[in-house]
Design a protein around this ligand. Structure first.
Ligand SMILES: *[C@@H]1O[C@H](CO)[C@@H](O)[C@H](O)[C@H]1NC(C)=O
Ligand SMILES: *[C@@H]1O[C@H](CO)[C@@H](O)[C@H](O)[C@H]1NC(C)=O
Ligand SMILES: *[C@@H]1O[C@H](CO)[C@@H](O)[C@H](O)[C@H]1NC(C)=O
Ligand SMILES: *[C@@H]1O[C@H](CO)[C@@H](O)[C@H](O)[C@H]1NC(C)=O
Ligand SMILES: *[C@@H]1O[C@H](CO)[C@@H](O)[C@H](O)[C@H]1NC(C)=O
Length: 442
């Protein structure tokens, strides 16, 4: 039986704990962090996790600032890993794709004015940090407009490293936390390149960014193998004719910096006149009939730069939602009145991309040797790599890909319902990956 006295004692103890933990909190949480807290997004369902978003300046001289959105885990976020998510393009937004149609906690309703929960959200298992990268993508901006025409792999990696270091000062609770980088498509360049930057930085600095590994899905990795693998995939799925296939192999040099006129011609012909009404990113799912103008998408292919995104309609909802002034206000976004609209992808960046590594496989070799855990996944109904293009799939012989599972088994055994959820690494993807894996290993 509990006496009054012992109850009072417990009460006092509780007070002490509360007082102690709030003092602790006041010391640990910088004010800028609290200012970045999202109270609620317009049209958002109730959630049990914390969200923060805002800007981190990455270059004072040019006035470049990157926009992030952190969605913490609803349960014990202090014990969960931190995952940085990047989308590709180059020029596409992680808020548009990663957060709103792939692995984020919310999906956008067709009206573009409200949100609903994504049951496959990754923040169940880790705190997810979406970064719009580089400057010029989404809400990330530069005050030096010429920067938009001089972006490339190198500056993207450098700015992202500066972002992470500065972000850690605002969120010191994530210093030394188990950290992973994840992404898809052209982020197949960003992810390993940033991992290498961090790895090098950590050699001479306190390892506040406790990089453990990375995950890439349908990643742009190696120009030669990606290029030939992609057209072979199209041809083996009857998306292009025998004639076009042969011409592309004949006229296109996939390791050249610039594509030749003849290559562009045969490539454009195949893409513009032979594909038909098929979503190249997900050939077995319906296409979005709302988007009639395909000019931009085809241009992306001409560059052989593969863009993320499976449902162009979802982009439309996102472009409506993230341009709402009340949404921008709630997210602390666009505080400097950026002179153009928020878009899912930036064509200026894409068209003017300056440096693009021919291959990131040398980075894999280095980082695998350094002991990082790396998971590369591919999906068969997407381009790039399948059993018919095995000879052209990545040959990483001499290296050892460690198939690393960030997420627990149960999470991986849910049902795959659509290609747009692929990047969420769920469903029977692991089974389907068997081919992809063989492809990787061959
Ligand atoms: C960009 O310019 C605006 C307006 O002068 C300024 O408020 C903002 O701080 C600048 N951004 C950066 C990252 O320097
Ligand atoms: C948003 O879409 C979801 C899924 O389609 C639906 O269940 C929900 O009722 C919609 N909410 C609003 C506010 O339209
Ligand atoms: C393709 O381009 C690379 C890089 O410019 C060059 O070294 C190679 O010789 C070219 N291959 C062919 C077959 O022209
Ligand atoms: C498609 O977009 C291009 C470039 O913005 C524009 O010139 C063209 O008129 C558009 N076509 C249609 C059918 O909207
Ligand atoms: C930023 O806000 C201005 C209005 O103040 C708006 O015209 C512009 O489209 C917005 N840009 C972005 C990228 O959100």
């Amino acid at each position: 039986m509990m006496t009054f006295q012992s109850k009072a004692g417990i009460f006092f103890l509780c007070l002490l704990i509360i007082a102690f933990s709030s003092i602790n909190l006041a010391v640990a949480v910088p004010k800028e962090q609290e200012q970045d807290r999202i109270l609620a997004l317009p049209g958002q369902p109730r959630v049990a996790f914390s969200q923060f978003s805002g800007y981190v300046t990455v270059n004072e001289q040019h006035g470049r600032a990157l926009f992030y959105w952190l969605t913490e885990s609803p349960t014990s976020p202090q014990n969960k890993p931190l995952v940085l998510w990047l989308n590709g393009g180059p020029g596409c937004s992680s808020v548009a794709y990663g957060a709103s149609e792939e692995i984020g906690p919310f999906r956008i309703n067709k009206t573009g004015s409200s949100l609903y929960l994504n049951k496959y959200a990754w923040n169940k298992e880790a705190s997810i940090l979406f970064l719009e990268s580089p400057a010029g993508v989404g809400f990330s901006y530069t005050n030096t407009s010429s920067d938009l025409k001089t972006s490339g792999d190198k500056r993207t990696a450098q700015d992202a490293l500066v972002f992470l270091i500065r972000w850690m000062s605002r969120f010191p609770q994530y210093k030394y936390r188990e950290f992973y980088i994840a992404g898809e498509s052209y982020a197949g360049h960003y992810v390993p390149q940033l991992a290498k930057k961090i790895h090098d930085y950590n050699k001479n600095n306190p390892q506040i960014i406790n990089l453990k590994g990375f995950i890439v899905g349908n990643a742009v990795t190696d120009s030669y193998n990606d290029g030939i693998g992609t057209v072979t995939y199209w041809w083996s799925h009857s998306m292009i004719s025998d004639q076009s296939y042969k011409s592309i192999l004949k006229y296109c040099n996939f390791t050249a910096e610039e594509t030749s006129g003849k290559c562009d011609d045969v490539y454009s012909y195949a893409v513009n006149y032979e594909f038909g009404n098929i979503d190249q990113y997900s050939i077995y799912t319906p296409t979005c009939t709302a988007s009639q103008n395909n000019t931009v998408r085809h241009m992306r292919f001409k560059n052989l730069h593969l863009i993320s995104g499976y449902d162009p309609c979802t982009e439309n909802y996102a472009e409506k939602y993230y341009n709402l002034p009340e949404v921008q206000k709630a997210m602390h976004a666009n505080v400097t009145n950026i002179p153009y609209k928020w878009t899912a992808c930036s064509d200026v960046l894409l068209k003017n991309w300056k440096d693009s590594a021919i291959s990131v496989l040398p980075i894999y070799k280095e980082l695998i040797a350094a002991g990082l855990k790396i998971w590369v996944f591919r999906y068969l109904t997407l381009y790039l790599c399948d059993k018919n293009s095995i000879p052209f799939c990545y040959n990483v012989v001499g290296t050892q890909i460690l198939w690393f599972q960030l997420l627990p088994q149960g999470f991986l055994s849910t049902t795959l319902t659509s290609a747009s959820e692929l990047a969420g690494i769920h469903g029977t993807l692991v089974d389907r990956l068997v081919d992809g894996q063989r492809c990787m290993m061959d």
